[in-house]
Design a protein around this ligand. Structure first.
Ligand code: PLP
Length: 387
């Protein structure tokens, strides 16, 4: 019955992708050789408009979006970057690969970064909107980056889009995300001057004009090649045009699932806010043991569900092991024995670990029809009740 398949992937369609046909007809898939406006230009304009962001820049994936956003803050080597203790390891990797050092900050009850733990002089902070749940933001941080890889289209309580409030917001089009082109990323910034810096960095430090060999301003800095691909941008444009449909389908499935679960004494349904993207329903069970047994039973019966355990960074081998391919251990070596980089938690992450261990997520997917979604919710409720 159930074919769990991620969100935007359900909407991929060759018929619906005229820009891809045009690029293939033109035989140009390189952004800066395409007739203006390129697909990448169209995508960036569409995304900025749809999200209410200043400017958008497309990059090869969400991890590069984070790296580019971090480089655009013009950091010093070894600067601390405060990151959530509960997020995908890409955040830590992006920080480290810029020569910066991640400092883990414990989570609040919604698994967002607990801003009350930040030092008053924090310069660079990454907040991640995990699994559609839009996190509260710290105030007064000069370089606040909103990692929106898992919450494209989500909104803060004041109505502004997730990703558009801080200095920069980053998005992913990986296969498992809300919109997909297999791999892909986007970074948005409020300030056009920041956009110019990021664009140059992603094109060898150049000041390129469309259709020309890259040119260089005096004082050009070194960069990388992280330019968009026109075929990929065409698919991303198609996906972005479907965003509202995807979000409203998830809303409908969320409401149906809550109704099917009903009032329960054995689990707490963790309510999402109106602006959160409804990628799943989160359930909180009484103990980790019960949660683990529920997951085993559901897996035996081929019913999709997942936990968020994998996001606990203090226990992730990449973070806990502090290893590096650099022979001198760079950049972890810069933080050795220095208290400024100590993780920020009141209880050594105990409450977060406990809460993660009791959390079970029921996936919502536009691919299920309504009857299937209700059936899935009922089966999961019955499984939990039978423990
Ligand atoms: C997926 C993800 C990323 C990385 O995005 P990629 O496009 O896979 O590089 C970063 N942060 C979070 C929270 C993610 O879920």
């Amino acid at each position: 019955m159930l074919r769990p398949f991620p969100y935007g992937a359900n909407y991929l369609s060759l018929q619906d992708t005229p820009e891809l046909h045009r690029s293939l007809d033109n035989k140009v898939l390189f952004r800066y050789s395409a007739p203006a406006p390129s697909n990448a230009d169209l995508l960036e304009a569409y995304a900025a408009e749809r999200l209410g962001a200043g400017r958008a820049l497309t990059v090869p994936n969400g991890t590069q979006a984070l790296r580019v956003a971090l480089m655009g803050t013009r950091p010093r080597v070894g600067d601390p970057v405060y990151i959530p203790a509960v997020t995908f390891v890409a955040v830590a990797g992006a920080v480290l690969s810029c020569g910066l050092v991640p400092v883990l900050v414990d989570a609040d009850e919604r698994f967002g970064l607990d801003a009350s733990l930040l030092p008053a002089d924090a310069e660079r902070v990454v907040v991640a909107h995990m699994e559609g749940t839009v996190a509260d933001l710290p105030e007064g941080v000069p370089y606040l980056i909103e990692d929106t890889a898992q919450a494209t289209g989500g909104r803060h309580t004041d109505g502004r889009h997730a990703g558009t409030v801080g200095y920069a917001g980053t998005f992913s089009f990986h296969h498992a995300k809300i919109l997909t082109s297999g791999e892909g990323g986007l970074v948005v910034v409020r300030d056009p001057a920041h956009w110019d810096v990021l664009r140059s960095y992603t094109d060898h430090g150049s000041a390129r004009e469309q259709g020309k060999y890259p040119g260089w301003n005096p004082g050009a800095f070194y960069g990388e090649n992280l330019c968009a691909n026109e075929a990929v941008a065409a698919v991303q444009l198609q996906q972005f045009r479907r965003l509202d449909e995807i979000l409203s389908s998830l809303e409908r499935h969320y409401a149906l699932t809550l109704e099917a679960l009903g009032e329960r004494s054995d689990v707490t349904v963790v309510a999402k806010r109106p602006g959160d993207v409804k990628t799943s329903v989160r359930l909180l069970l009484e103990s980790r043991q019960l949660r683990d047994r529920a997951m085993e039973r559901l897996e035996e019966r081929n019913l999709p569900c997942w936990s968020l355990d994998k996001y606990l960074l203090p226990e992730h081998p990449v973070v806990a092991g502090r290893a590096s391919l650099y022979a001198d251990g760079f950049p972890w070596n810069l933080a050795d024995g220095d208290d400024r980089y100590a993780p920020l938690s009141r209880d050594g992450f105990a409450a977060t670990r406990d809460r993660l261990g009791r959390t079970l997520c029921v996936p919502l997917t536009p691919e299920l029809d309504e009857a299937e979604q209700i059936l899935l919710a009922k089966e999961i409720a019955a499984t939990v009740a039978s423990l």
